[in-house]
Design a binder for this molecule. Structure first.
Ligand code: C2E
Ligand code: MG
Ligand code: MG
Length: 726
C-alpha cells in the first residue's frame, strides 16, 4: 500500500463541475506529486464517489444542472460519513450576492470566485492536503498505539509484531512522535522513559533514536521547562489530551505539542516544529517591546516578565526572585555638558555593564531615561540579590571611555524581594522605585531594600479614598464625551465617555483618582455609575437625534470591573433598563488586562459578542500582546495608544502604527487612533486606512450640554418629529 514508504502517500481530492474543460483545468493546475484529482460531472456522481472513498477536500462548482452545488453540499453535510470533508465552492456568482451566505450555511469552508488566481487555488488546496495528511498520520498512529497497548496486555508475542507495525507507521509521519512511559508513579517528563520515537522526532530533537530509547527524556534534554513538565504531568493525571507551545532550550526550537494518554502509565507526544512562525512573531514583538537605544527590554516587556515571575512564585514553593530598580546618579549633566550623542553612548555602555553582571535567565530593562530595572530569577537566598546590586555599582564605578572622557558613575538601587504580596507587577516596580528614592536620599551609590514603612504616600491615598466614597453619594462624578470621527469622510462615529470628579467647582481628571479607586476596589461602583449614565444618555440621544447607524458610545471598563463575576448580568440589566440597543455600546478594556488572563478573557468576550455589545482594546501597543491570543479574541476595535500618534516623527513609532493598523485589518478589526492633535497626524493615519480618529484636533472631551450642541449640528433629525428611514 505504499503508506510506510518515505514518499508521501497520494491524497485524493474531488473536483465537481458539469463542464469537462473546467475539470481538466483543475486537474492540470493541481497535478503534482502526492495529489490526485478525481473528477465528477454532477452532484449525484459526487455523492456516489464520496460514499465509497475518503477525500481530503471537495472543489464544488455552484451552478450545475440537476443538483446544484449548494444542494450537493447540504447532502454531504447531512451524511455522517462525509460531513467532515472540507468544501471549497467555486462560483462565478459575484461576492456581493447573498448566495455566499447560503454557501456557508451549507458548510462551505471557503469560496473562490471565477475567474480566480491559480496561485490562490493551489495554496488553498495545499493547506487542506497537508491537514489531511497530518490527520491521517495521527489517526493511524493512535489506532496502532491503542492496539499495541491492548496486545501488550494479552500477549508478549504480539509485541514485536505490533511494534514493527507502528514503527513503520511512524516512519511515514511528518510530525514528531514519541511514546513515553512513567510506569506506576506520577508523570515527570524528565524521568519518563522513551519507549518509541519516529524519525521526524529524531530530526526535531537532533538526536538519534539509539541515544534516546529506554532512557529518561531528561538525559537528552536536561533543561526541560517547568511549564512543560507541569503540562505533561497534568495530561497524565487527568487522562485528557492537551496542546502546548513550548521552547526547548536544549535544541533551541519552539515546538507545538499535543499530548495524550494511549494507555496506563503511558504518554504520547506529537510535536511540530513551529520555530519559523514564532521567530516571525517575535520580530514584530521585539520592535514593540525593545528599547531602541540599548536593545534591552522596555518597561512593557519588563512588567510582563515580572508578572510571570510573580505567577511562578505563586505556584512554586520557595521560589525566590528580586527586582532591582536602578537610577544613575548625576546623569543629567552629561547630556547638557557633552551632548545627547555622548549621553546615548553612556546609556549603552551602562546597559552593557548591567547585562554583564546579570545571568542568562534574568531580565534587564530600561524603564526611563537613566532608569534601569532587573528581575533576578531563581535566587538561592535573598542576599544574592544584594550581591548582584553591589556588583553592578562596582562595575559602574570603573571608568568608561566616552569620546575621550573617562567617565564613571554611581547608581542608587532599590530592591524588592519576592515572593511579595502584590496583585500587579506595576505596584511591585513602584515600590522598587520608592526604595530607590530612599537610597538616593542617602547621597547616591547606595542600595536599599523596600520596607512598607517607606510608603509615605499611604496617608494621602487614604484621604482620597474617603472623599471618593462620599463623592458617589453626593453625585460629584460627571461624564464628558469626546467625539470620534471617521477619517474617511469626517462623519461623527461616536463618543468616548470620560469621567471627571467635580469638587468645589474644580474638575479633577481621572488620572488623579482612578488609580486609587482601582487599588481599593471603589472603581467598581464608580464604573457602574459611568456605564449606567452613558447608556442612559446614549438612549436619550438616539431618540432625539438622527444618530448614524454605526454610532457607538465607548465606555472605559477597569480590570476589576471586567473581573466581576456578574458583569454580564449587570450589563444586560443596564441595557434593558435604559432601552439601549447593545450594538450602540462599546466597552474599552486595556491591552494589559486582556493579556493578563487571556483564557478567561476570551470566554467573557465571547459572552459580550453574543450579547451584541462591542469591544475595543484601549491603549494598544503599550502592553505585551501575544499574537496567537489576539487572533482568538472576538473584538471589534484596536485603539492605537496616544504615545505613538503624538510622536510620529520617531521612525519606530511610524513602523509600530503601521504594523498595528495592518495587524488589526488582517484580523478583521477596525482601528481608532487616539490623541490626534494636528493635520499631519490625521493625514498619515487616513493614508494608512485607519478608520477612526479621536483627539484635540477634532475636539476636546465635551460636557453634556456641548455634546448635545454638537449632536444637533451633526445629527439633526430632518424635520422635527418625523421618523427617519434607515
Ligand atoms: P483613555 O481611555 O485612553 O482616554 C483617552 C484620554 O486621552 C482622555 O484623557 C482624553 O482626554 C485624552 N485625549 C484625547 N485626545 C487627546 C489629544 O489629542 N491629546 C492629548 N494630550 N490627550 C488627548 P482623560 O479624560 O484624562 O482620561 C484618562 C484615562 O482615564 C482614560 O484614558 C481612561 O483610561 C481613564 N478613564 C476615564 N474615564 C474612565 C471611566 O469611566 N472608567 C475607567 N475605568 N477609566 C476611565
Ligand atoms: Mg479609553
Ligand atoms: Mg486610550
Amino acid at each position: 500500500m505504499g503508506k510506510a514508504e518515505n514518499t508521501p502517500e497520494v491524497i485524493d481530492i474531488l473536483a465537481v463541475d458539469d463542464e469537462q474543460v473546467n475539470l481538466l483545468l483543475l486537474a492540470g493546475l493541481l497535478r503534482r506529486e502526492g495529489v490526485n484529482v478525481v473528477a465528477a460531472r454532477s452532484g449525484f456522481e459526487a455523492l456516489t464517489l464520496t460514499a465509497r472513498h475518503d477525500f481530503a477536500l471537495i472543489l464544488l462548482d455552484v451552478m450545475m444542472p440537476g443538483m446544484d452545488g449548494f444542494t450537493t453540499a447540504e447532502r454531504l453535510r447531512a451524511d455522517e460519513r462525509t460531513r467532515h470533508i472540507p468544501i471549497i465552492f467555486i462560483t462565478a456568482i459575484s461576492k456581493e450576492q447573498r448566495h455566499i451566505f447560503k454557501g456557508y450555511e451549507a458548510g462551505a469552508v471557503d469560496y473562490l470566485i471565477k475567474p480566480f488566481e491559480h496561485e490562490i487555488l493551489k495554496n488553498k488546496v495545499q493547506v487542506f492536503v497537508d491537514m489531511h495528511r497530518q490527520r491521517l498520520a495521527v489517526q493511524r498512529a493512535s489506532e496502532a498505539l491503542a492496539k499495541t497497548v491492548d496486545e501488550l496486555r494479552t500477549s508478549s508475542q504480539a509485541l514485536s509484531d505490533s511494534r514493527a507495525r507502528y514503527a513503520s507507521l511512524f516512519t511515514s509521519m511528518f510530525n514528531g512522535f514519541a511514546l513515553l512511559s512513567h510506569g506506576d508513579g506520577p508523570m515527570d517528563l524528565a524521568q519518563a522513559r522513551v519507549l518509541e520515537i519516529n524519525p521526524a522526532m529524531e530530526q526535531i530533537l537532533g538526536r538519534p533514536r539509539e541515544v534516546l530509547l529506554d532512557q529518561p527524556l531528561g538525559l537528552a534534554l536536561p533543561n526541560l521547562d517547568g511549564y512543560l513538565r507541569d503540562f505533561a504531568a497534568e495530561v497524565a493525571r487527568s487522562g485528557k489530551s492537551g496542546l502546548i507551545e513550548s521552547y526547548l532550550t536544549d535544541i533551541k526550537r519552539w515546538l507545538r505539542m499535543q499530548a495524550y494518554v494511549p494507555g496506563p502509565g503511558l504518554l504520547a507526544l506529537v510535536a511540530e516544529d513551529v520555530t519559523g512562525r514564532r521567530k516571525a512573531e517575535e520580530t514584530i514583538q521585539e520592535r514593540t517591546f525593545q528599547d531602541p537605544l540599548t536593545g534591552l527590554a522596555n518597561r512593557a516587556l519588563f512588567l510582563d516578565r515580572l508578572d510571570q515571575s510573580m505567577e511562578r512564585s505563586r505556584r512554586r514553593l520557595n521560589y525566590l526572585y528580586a527586582v532591582l530598580f536602578l537610577d544613575l546618579d548625576h546623569f543629567k549633566p552629561i547630556n547638557s555638558s557633552l551632548g545627547h550623542a555622548a549621553g546615548d553612548k553612556v546609556l549603552r555602555a551602562v546597559a552593557e555593564k548591567i547585562k554583564g553582571v546579570a545571568r542568562g535567565l534574568d531580565t534587564v530593562a530600561r524603564c526611563g531615561a537613566d532608569e534601569f530595572a532587573l528581575i533576578l530569577e531563581e535566587l538561592k537566598n535573598p542576599s544574592e540579590a544584594l550581591r548582584v546590586a553591589r556588583r553592578i555599582c562596582q562595575e559602574l564605578a570603573r571608568p568608561m571611555d566616552v569620546d575621550g572622557h573617562a567617565l564613571h558613575f554611581s547608581a542608587s538601587v532599590g530592591v524588592v524581594l519576592g515572593p511579595a504580596d502584590y496583585a500587579h507587577p506595576e505596584e511591585l516596580l513602584q515600590d522598587a522605585g520608592i526604595a530607590m528614592e530612599h537610597a538616593r536620599a542617602l547621597g547616591g551609590g547606595k542600595v536599599k531594600v523596600f520596607k512598607w514603612a517607606m510608603r509615605t504616600r499611604a496617608q494621602y491615598a487614604l484621604n482620597v479614598n474617603q472623599s471618593m466614597h462620599l463623592a458617589l453619594e453626593r453625585q460629584q462624578f460627571r461624564l464628558h464625551y469626546q467625539p470620534i470621527f471617521s477619517l474617511k469622510d469626517s462623519t461623527l462615529a461616536g463618543f468616548e465617555a470620560l469621567i471627571r470628579w467635580q469638587v468645589d467647582g474644580r474638575l479633577i481628571p481621572p488620572g488623579d483618582f482612578i488609580p486609587q479607586a482601582e487599588q481599593t476596589g471603589l472603581i467598581v461602583p464608580i464604573g457602574q455609575w459611568a456605564l449606567a449614565e452613558s447608556c442612559e444618555k446614549t438612549a436619550a440621544w438616539a431618540a432625539r437625534f438622527n444618530l448614524p447607524r454605526n454610532f457607538t458610545m465607548a465606555v472605559n471598563l477597569s480590570a476589576k470591573q471586567f473581573a466581576q463575576p456578574d458583569l454580564m448580568r449587570q450589563l444586560a440589566r443596564t441595557l434593558e433598563e435604559n432601552h439601549l440597543e447593545p450594538g450602540r455600546l462599546k466597552l474599552e478594556i486595556t491591552e494589559t488586562l486582556v493579556m493578563q488572563n487571556p483564557e478567561i478573557v476570551v470566554h467573557k468576550l465571547r459572552g459580550l459578542r453574543e450579547m451584541g455589545v462591542k469591544v475595543s482594546i484601549d491603549d494598544f501597543g503599550t502592553g505585551y500582546s501575544s499574537l496567537s491570543y489576539l487572533r482568538r479574541f472576538p473584538i471589534n476595535t484596536l485603539k492605537v495608544d496616544r504615545s505613538f500618534v503624538s510622536d510620529l516623527d520617531a521612525f519606530e513609532n511610524l513602523i509600530i502604527v503601521r504594523t498595528i493598523v495592518s495587524l488589526a485589518h488582517n484580523l478583521g478589526f477596525d482601528v481608532v487612533a487616539e490623541g490626534i492633535e494636528n493635520e499631519r497626524q490625521r493625514d498619515f493615519l487616513a493614508e494608512l486606512n485607519c478608520e477612526y480618529g479621536q483627539g484635540f484636533l477634532f475636539s476636546k472631551p465635551l460636557d453634556e450640554e456641548q455634546t448635545e450642541d454638537l449632536l444637533s449640528v451633526c445629527c439633526a433629525k430632518p424635520s422635527s418629529g418625523s421618523p427617519v428611514g434607515s
